[in-house]
Ligand binder design. Structure first.
Ligand code: CDP
Ligand code: CDP
Length: 210
């Protein structure tokens, strides 16, 4: 009788953590939660309602009333990602979103969650923890390709600046900063294509479970 399989996947923007988390969920037949969508949902609600992202109180209200439609394409915009990164620094917003993430992680059959603080805060007892990373340049190129695919052409230098700004904010905030948990396995996808990154993640997880 072993504990349910909970897999924590953390890493910076466009590192490939979502790709890897979905592959692990499919491989182990587990439900998957992209926790970035929760912060994006709060940011989008705030934008639509005209709330001030510089107000922790306004952001907290948006978090408390969050009614996430994960299919909303606006959730994926860079604008929403940037505001998500700002409001995610507020401790009140983080604690308002804590319970639903921990409930997801606590499902009896196990779960895969990806984000910034899954292995450190949300599920510190996860049986497998991966920290997915890639160079900022590679991540900027991936993000650029995604934007182009969505018909939103951008310039690489701007995207790179945005990625670096987000890295800086996410890793230097006081509340649950982005960092590799001590017991997390590092997976650098800089030189791995999607298929190789997925295969490597599955191999690392299988090995960690032996
Ligand atoms: O995929 P990408 O990194 O662009 O963004 P995301 O994972 O959707 O997360 C958007 C923002 O939410 C990040 O920049 C983080 O600041 C924040 N976030 C967080 O603080 N904690 C999490 N567990 C997930 C996301
Ligand atoms: O979740 P996160 O923002 O960390 O990254 P993602 O959404 O999994 O990946 C960002 C983009 O990079 C997606 O378009 C992926 O298809 C792509 N990708 C890649 O080109 N090579 C990899 N090894 C992993 C992801």
């Amino acid at each position: 009788s072993r504990a349910p399989l909970v897999i924590a996947v953390d890493g910076p923007a466009a590192s490939g953590k979502g790709t890897v988390a979905r592959a692990l969920a499919a491989h182990f037949d587990l439900p998957h939660l992209d926790t970035g969508l929760l912060y994006r949902g709060v940011a989008l609600a705030l934008l639509r309602w005209g709330g001030d992202p510089d107000s922790e109180f306004a952001a907290l209200r948006a978090a408390q009333e969050l009614n996430l439609d994960s299919g909303d394409p606006e959730l994926r915009s860079e604008m929403v990602g940037g505001i998500a990164s700002r409001i995610s620094a507020y401790p009140a917003v983080r604690s308002a979103l804590l319970e639903r993430q921990q409930a997801f992680a606590g499902q009896p059959g196990g779960a895969v969650l990806d984000g910034r603080d899954i292995g450190t805060v949300i599920a510190p007892d996860a049986r497998v923890k991966l920290f997915v990373t890639a160079s900022a340049e590679v991540r900027a190129e991936r993000r650029l390709a995604e934007l182009e695919k969505r018909g939103l052409p951008a310039h690489l230098p701007d995207v790179l600046l945005d990625i670096r700004a987000r890295d800086e904010r996410d890793s230097h905030r006081a509340a649950a900063p982005l960092r590799q948990a001590e017991d997390a396995i590092l997976l650098d996808t800089s030189e791995l294509d999607i298929a190789a990154a997925k295969a490597r993640a599955i191999q690392l997880a299988e090995a960690a479970l032996v």
